[in-house]
Design a protein around this ligand. Structure first.
Ligand code: 13P
Length: 261
């Protein structure tokens, strides 16, 4: 089935009060010119409101196609959780899509599959879109455990999620060894991993859910390698780190994804 490609810019802990909104202003019109691709930016918490405004959210709800995304959330609705940000707060700032389980949160900040699952379910229960990130480390790949790790991440991350809720889930396959390293998975390796993830989704839900769910690739995707990755049948877009911080590079990837439709 035809899946609309999706490209997200994960700004990570980059940009500031000036450069974040400026980048958003550069992206909005060009993204609107590529209707074949859904576009989101995942913005540091302090700049969500300013970036939302720069994207035209609020003033002209239908005037922009770039969705405002958050890089993380906490699953509890409110309470004594110093430093955390609730999904209600994110919604209040105009966020419509949230990343869960990014490898930097798993491997730098120690998030477990259980916590990732609680966040994923809370995002979906709040009627927001969720991008669940999975991917193997270099050690795991070299030990031949790529498929087993990704299957475990999918099964744990999506535990308790219904088939109906899967309409609001995108999977981001981000091999940890390719993130920020300049090492990109070959299109064939990425395709193999994506196809395997789709087969796991078919086992967990059914083939209709598996066919409809977007599985996007992340890990050193840039304008020079995007088209060949995106040409693979099971690669439905990208989650872009470094290259999303330059409007021209990010938009070149958006364009490459739009051309696949
Ligand atoms: P890079 O594109 O910088 O490798 O980052 C990928 C990523 O982690 C996106 O979430």
């Amino acid at each position: 089935m035809a899946r609309t490609p999706s490209v997200g810019g994960n700004w990570k802990m980059n940009t500031d009060r000036t450069t974040g909104p400026a980048l958003a202003r550069d992206l909005a019109p060009a993204a609107a010119a590529n209707p074949g691709c859904e576009v989101a930016v995942f913005v540091p918490f302090p700049y969500l409101l300013a970036v939302g405004e720069a994207l035209g959210h609020g003033s002209s709800p239908r005037g922009t196609r770039v969705r405002l995304g958050a890089q993380d959330c906490y699953f509890a609705p409110d309470g004594a959780y110093t430093g955390e940000v609730s999904i209600h707060m994110l919604k209040d700032c105009g966020v419509s899509v949230v990343l869960t389980g990014h490898s930097e949160r798993r491997h730098v900040l120690g998030e477990t599959d259980q916590l990732v699952n609680a966040k994923t379910r809370a995002v979906l229960d709040a009627d927001l879109e969720c991008v669940l990130c999975i991917g193997e480390t270099l050690d795991q790949r070299q030990a031949g455990r790529t498929d087993a790790v990704n299957e475990a991440r999918l099964r744990a991350g999506l535990a308790g999620v219904t088939a109906e809720q899967m309409a609001h889930v995108t999977i981001a396959y981000e091999p940890v060894w390719a993130i920020g390293t300049g090492k990109v998975a070959t299109p064939a390796d990425a395709q193999t991993a994506h196809a395997r993830c789709r087969a796991v989704l078919a086992e967990m839900f059914d083939s209709a859910v598996a066919d409809a769910t977007r599985i996007i690739y992340g890990g050193s995707m840039k304008p020079t390698n995007a088209a060949e990755l995106l040409a693979e049948p099971d690669i439905d877009g990208g989650l872009i780190g470094g290259a999303s911080l330059k409007a021209a590079d990010f938009l070149a990837i958006v364009e490459a994804a739009g051309e696949q439709t």
